[in-house]
Design a protein around this ligand. Structure first.
Ligand SMILES: [Zn+2]
Length: 143
């Protein structure tokens, strides 16, 4: 088994990690599941529902050193994206907020797709924000 704190390989019957002293009465999955719940508490509703099972699975078996990468990502708030879309969508500001600069520029220069795209985005932008967050998270923990 692997120490959840320092990653050291240790015998299965150890009560404490010989390297760092961490108590090992809990399994690695248990330990990670707590961290995962903490993660989703601070990033509530920021990922697409349909990707949640896959993301949970990835986080449950995430290596120790990848957690900081998962936390370092600047996740976008879907609600803020919607508000931006409402007030400045025709200038593409909502897409810029999501880091989708090409889409933002096209939207800006077409005045929000002649108004049509701006209206459609009101319905799409929260989902787009969640998908962007999921992509960034998966990229961060794959690297
Ligand atoms: Zn250890």
């Amino acid at each position: 088994m692997k120490c959840p704190n320092c990653g050291q390989n240790i015998a299965d019957d150890c009560k404490f990690c010989p390297q760092c002293g961490t108590a090992l009465y809990r399994t690695y999955e248990n330990y990670n599941s707590d961290r995962m719940n903490m993660f989703f508490m601070s990033h509530n509703d920021k990922f697409p529902d349909e990707q949640m099972p896959m993301i949970r699975e990835r986080l449950l078996y995430l290596d120790d050193n990848k957690w900081s990468a998962a936390y370092a990502v600047q996740y976008k708030d879907p609600l803020i994206a919607l508000l931006i879309s409402l007030f400045a969508g025709e200038f593409g500001v909502d897409r810029f907020y999501l880091g989708q600069n090409t889409l933002g520029l096209i939207k800006l220069f077409t005045c929000g797709g002649f108004g049509v795209w701006a209206i459609i985005d009101l319905f799409l932008i929260m989902k787009a924000a969640r998908e962007e967050n999921a992509n960034k998270l998966l990229q961060a923990i794959e690297g």
